[in-house]
Design a protein around this ligand. Structure first.
Ligand SMILES: [Zn+2]
Length: 94
């Protein structure tokens, strides 16, 4: 199997900073759109052995510069999705 460890890290960054992202809508569609957009702008880091995941993840998450960069990417994605929500069920709150 091949797995992109950045999926876990981007999700974690999003969840830790969700309250600061100031999303107009936080439905599952918008959340997924933010994650997808952020991941498309992030260089993937694939692992082939799930057991190595925690080690690779810890290495990336202990890199302060990397985390700042990832948070900036997530913040930009959140801002874009917030202004261009793809969900139709809930119109943006004003
Ligand atoms: Zn939404």
């Amino acid at each position: 199997m091949v797995r992109n460890i950045m999926e876990l890290i981007i999700t974690s960054v999003y969840e830790q900073h969700e309250n600061e992202l100031d999303m107009k809508c936080t439905c599952e569609q918008c959340r997924n759109d933010v994650l997808a957009l952020a991941l498309n702008r992030t260089k993937p880091r694939y692992i082939t052995n799930e057991a190595h995941g925690p080690y690779v993840r810890a290495t990336i998450e202990s890199d302060t510069q990397e985390l700042i960069h990832l948070l900036a990417t997530v913040t930009q994605a959140a801002s874009f999705v917030s202004d261009n929500p793809q969900c139709t069920k809930r119109p943006p709150k004003r």
